[in-house]
Design a protein around this ligand. Structure first.
Ligand code: ADP
Ligand code: MG
Length: 724
């Protein structure tokens, strides 16, 4: 057999593959959080005094003294050692959106060679990874490359079990020697602090006497694809780029929608159960799972948690998925668009803010028009979406997500917010200076006595909105499946903080001018709606009319690609937003621009190189071999005096020529090394490299339809999406 060996072998492997059967697993109560060093375990092991101190730090963010850190470290070490752990690791979350760790052993030996374990408060609190290989966007010069990790007690430590052993993982922040945030956790914590301070002011101004600390919450819905590892092994693009760079559309794609909420294939069920058991042991509340729109696409959604913990858990979840997929002979693809023409993957970020005294401030209750706090917080979100639309767009930007945003399967790249009929109606009446709720009460009565009536949600669903109110939270639907949720959460918390500060100033002015609370709220929100109401949109966000109306009539900004979006990080309004809220300094912001630009360019250039390689070394040989076969057949038929139809040969020759001339064009583009700026380089990727890659692909995919199947080297869409 020639070059197609790996692909045909893969099909054989899978067809003869293992028989996957669901195992009975232990009851939830036996496995829940067993691998997490949580408050309950600390309470058991620590003195009353130490426990009180650490609990206070965790609940209120108070500073921690060294004696408590030592006590926690000792107890944590004992617990970990008792579970067979030999290493500990400070886990951090660099600006790339990845998860990073550095492993250290607990063991040191004394001068007599006896085993001694060592782990104390300072090792728990501070680490010093050799972070010089992490992108820092210019925040560290190489000769001052020191970086520190510092324990975040608000996110619990846990034991990561893998086939290579178990490690105690300690979630940490990551900063430079000068104290600049080099990660996604520090700004997330700062954004929460800014939101808490602004929200507390507003609630106090509104006359609330007791206001407990506010926190943001996040529940993320994660979409992903599972592909048999045998196929991935035969596809360098899946292995290295996480997406297919070639592949003809299958005869049957997702046209029938028969996969969505269909029965989950057994092998995938076994995988999901394994994943979920591990997530439960790690204290991650996996709640729903189901098939998604595309064949081989699935979703998992853990129950929502405090944003900081949810963000760490989200990263951990992706790690668990990747490890577990390997064990089950799958590759788990988190890329936003692994298969062209097939639905891509998103990560819906559900977000709300609340506290122990006022509850969820984005919950309208049964009479939203009377719920002034809700109206203020919801208004603050509307202003944020309008004023910082480009920033929200950036929070959902990546080379991968560009393949999905704006196509007819995911929200457009124009940021607007959907409130639902009832809430939109109330805000429209506020714009007129009134506070009316004209909507019907929300009882759902089907007129069937055997089906109980229930209350409807305040909002219907609008799948076409990038930022939708869904009853008691906002759902940021533009976020890509591979991204960390920290970025979007930082932006949402920060824009909310900014809007609440603005609202508070206006409210105080109204009230000191003699307005009562209701009148003050109406006045402030009226002004807010007049300035920022253009971001409220309940129609079809996919339609061409909306794109036109949004830009031409409403003045909203359409940033179709990440290359268009990232430069907005340098906008004065964005700098001002992050500086005034204390979330990012100008230097830290600048470094983020650099890091994101670098990743964007690198991703596209790697794909381009890979594409050139695959076209030259896999597709071209297959096409020419088949041409040789055809030509030989034609020649021997001519010898026998039989007519030979050479049209296929001609087609293949033509397509091969097209493909190879696009390949040389792309190689030429890749040779250009001088670009005036990061902005120009990104535009070059978006406007020159990607379209040339598309040219190569068009020719190659057409070849796939012509070349003999047993000579085609790459696993096909049909195989990858349907053989499980
Ligand atoms: P959908 O119907 O959009 O598919 P799911 O039930 O799959 O919704 O997921 C919704 C997510 O929103 C879950 O993670 C859920 O826990 C989360 N969620 C629910 N209420 C809130 C809230 N108040 N704040 C943040 N997230 C929430
Ligand atoms: Mg959703």
């Amino acid at each position: 057999m020639s070059g197609n060996y790996a692909r045909l072998e893969a099909v054989q492997q899978i067809v003869n593959g293992k028989n996957y059967k669901t195992k009975m697993t232990k009851p939830l109560s036996k496995i829940w959080a067993t691998d997490v060093y949580n408050l309950a375990k600390m309470e058991e092991a620590l003195s009353k005094k130490a426990f009180k101190a650490i609990k206070k730090t965790i609940k209120t963010g108070d500073a921690l003294d060294m004696a408590t850190a030592d006590a926690v470290a000792a107890a944590m070490k004992d617990w970990a050692l008792s579970k067979g752990v030999k290493f500990f690791s400070h886990v951090f979350y660099p600006m790339t959106g990845a998860t990073a760790e550095k492993h250290d052993g607990f063991i040191i030996s004394d001068s007599d060679g006896n085993m001694v374990t060592d782990f104390n408060g300072s090792l728990l609190v501070k680490g010093e990874p050799d972070g010089s290989s992490f992108p820092n966007g210019g925040l560290r010069v190489t000769n001052a490359a020191r970086g520190y990790t510092a324990w975040d007690p608000t996110s619990p430590a846990y034991i990561m079990q893998t086939d290579n052993g178990a490690t105690l993982c300690i979630p940490t922040t990551f900063m430079s020697w000068k104290g600049h945030a080099l990660d996604k956790k520090i700004p997330l914590l700062r954004s929460n602090k800014a939101m808490n301070e602004a929200a507390t002011k507003v609630l106090k101004t509104m006359g609330e006497e007791e206001v407990a600390p506010l926190n943001s919450s996040c529940g993320a819905e994660q979409e992903y694809f599972l592909v048999d590892a045998n196929f991935a092994a035969a596809r360098p693009d899946l292995l290295l780029a996480g997406r297919t760079l070639f592949g003809k559309a299958p005869a049957k794609g997702q046209e029938f929608d028969d996969h969505y909420f269909g029965a989950i294939p057994e092998r995938v069920q076994v995988f999901m159960q394994d994943v979920e058991d591990q997530l439960y042991r790690l204290g991650i509340p996996a709640k729903t799972h189901h098939n998604e729109v595309a064949p081989a696409q699935f979703e998992i959604a853990p129950y929502f948690e405090a944003a900081n913990v949810a963000a760490d858990h989200q990263q951990l979840l992706m790690t668990v998925f990747k490890h577990t997929a390997k064990r089950h002979g799958f590759v788990c693809l988190f890329h936003e668009k692994p298969f062209a023409g097939i639905n891509g993957s998103g990560k819906h970020v559900n977000w709300s803010v609340g506290n122990a005294t006022q509850g969820n401030l984005l919950d309208p209750g049964s009479t939203p028009a009377e719920n002034l706090n809700f109206l203020l917080f919801c208004g603050a979100v509307i202003r944020g979406v309008h004023k910082y639309g480009p920033l929200l767009r950036i929070a959902a930007s990546s080379a991968g997500n560009d393949h999905r945003l704006g196509a007819n399967e995911a929200p457009p790249a124009i940021m607007s917010t959907y409130l639902g009929e009832q809430i939109e109606g109330i805000f429209n009446s506020i714009k007129e200076g009134k506070l009316d709720d004209t909507s019907e009460t929300g009882i759902m009565d089907l007129g069937l006595s055997q089906i109980p009536t229930f209350t409807k949600d305040a909002g219907d669903r609008n799948r076409t909105s990038p930022f939708a109110f869904t009853g008691n939270r906002f759902e940021f639907r533009a976020v890509g499946s591979e991204m960390s949720v920290a970025g979007p959460l930082i932006v949402m918390n920060t824009m909310l903080a900014d809007s609440l500060n603005w609202i508070n100033d206006k409210l105080e002015a109204e009230i000191s001018a003699g307005a009562d609370k209701t009148a003050a709220v109406i006045a402030v929100l009226k002004e807010l709606m007049n300035e920022h109401g253009a971001a409220v949109f309940g129609g079809d966000g996919y339609s061409a009319e909306w794109h036109k109306e949004a830009v031409e009539e409403r003045g909203l900004i359409n940033l179709p690609t990440s290359a268009d979006a990232y430069p907005y990080l340098k906008d004065d309004s964005v700098k001002e937003l992050f500086e005034s809220t204390g979330v990012l300094t100008a230097e830290e912001l600048e470094s983020r621009f650099k890091v994101y630009a670098e990743i964007y360019i690198l991703k596209i250039e790697v794909e381009a190189k890979l594409m050139i390689d695959m076209a030259k070394t896999q597709i071209y040989p297959a096409a020419t071999r088949y041409m040789a076969d055809l030509a030989a057949t034609g020649a021997s038929m001519a010898d026998l005096g039989i007519d030979f139809d050479g049209s296929t040969l001609n087609t293949i020759a033509g397509l091969t020529g097209d493909m190879m001339s696009a390949v040389s064009k792309l190689s030429g583009l890749m040779d250009i090394e001088d670009h005036d700026s990061e902005e120009a380089h990104m535009q070059f990727c978006a406007k020159e490299i990607l379209p040339t890659m598309a040219e190569i692909r068009t020719a190659a995919d057409a070849l796939e339809a012509e070349v003999a199947d047993d000579m085609w080297p790459l696993a096909t869409y049909q195989e990858m999406l349907n053989i499980k």
